[in-house]
Design a protein around this ligand. Structure first.
Ligand code: SAH
Length: 220
């Protein structure tokens, strides 16, 4: 009934539940991750005109030529990252802040860097509206990582560099995990997980993906 009065309200509850079911069918097993995907309202992170499509399992435009990642990929990366039960996480590519919100609902401290000022500001507003306070956002270049806060138990990168940035490996704690798409501007990027053991880095291919490229420098 409420659906007819308040379109997005009810509809989004139901469609969000359907999305979570779909993620489970596609192999997401970690209940913590499924619960986070259930509780964070993705429609608040996209333009109103796109809100009705927020619970489709697709990437959507967020302006500045960038996209909010596909829910399945957000869930897959988060699940990989949760395998090390991290407390302190660095995210590169805040975008609209959706992935950051998922992380903040699961781990103690989240640090996130975005190179485009307009998106950085939008993410700040979105995350404040959700009253998530265990994150710190920075406008800057993710290629440098966030040295003053290192080491991180896990690092998640939401844009694809041509090769793994060395600073991110350096800022990974012993036993930590980096989840990153590699392949630059190609449409055959590899989503990798890289586990640090002392000074050894053990790499695993998770799947083939398509992310926006990770670009150098920050942008006003
Ligand atoms: N996780 C985001 C996805 C954003 S798309 C979300 O849920 O919305 C990837 C983002 O990475 C874009 O906003 C892009 O501007 C940003 N990005 C690309 N290169 C970067 C860099 N070197 N440092 C920081 N952010 C970068």
């Amino acid at each position: 009934m409420q659906a007819s009065i308040n379109g997005i309200g009810m509809t989004s509850q139901r469609t969000r539940e359907r999305l979570v079911q779909r993620l489970a069918e596609h192999g997401i097993r970690d209940q913590r991750v499924l619960e986070a995907m259930r509780s964070i309202p993705r429609h608040l992170f996209v333009d109103e005109a796109l809100a009705s499509r927020a619970y489709e399992d697709t990437a959507l435009p967020i302006g500045f030529g960038q996209t909010i990642s596909q829910p399945y990929i957000v869930a897959r990366m988060t699940e990989a990252l949760m395998s090390v039960s991290p407390n302190k996480v660095l995210e590169i590519g805040t975008g609209c802040g959706y992935q950051s919100a998922i992380l903040a609902s699961l781990v103690k401290e989240v640090y996130s860097i975005e190179r485009i000022a307009g998106l950085h500001e939008r993410a700040r507003r979105n995350l404040q509206a959700l009253k998530l306070h265990n994150l710190r956002l920075r406008h800057g270049d993710g290629y440098q990582g966030w040295a003053s806060q290192a080491p991180f138990d896990a690092i998640l990168v939401a844009a694809a560099p041509p090769a793994i940035p060395p600073a991110l490996l350096e800022q990974l704690a012993d036993g930590g995990l980096l989840v990153i798409p590699v392949g630059g501007n190609s449409n055959a990027q590899q989503l990798l997980s890289v586990r640090r053991q002392g000074n050894e880095f053990i790499q695993q291919l998770l799947e083939m993906v398509s992310f926006v490229p990770m670009l150098g420098g920050s942008q006003r």
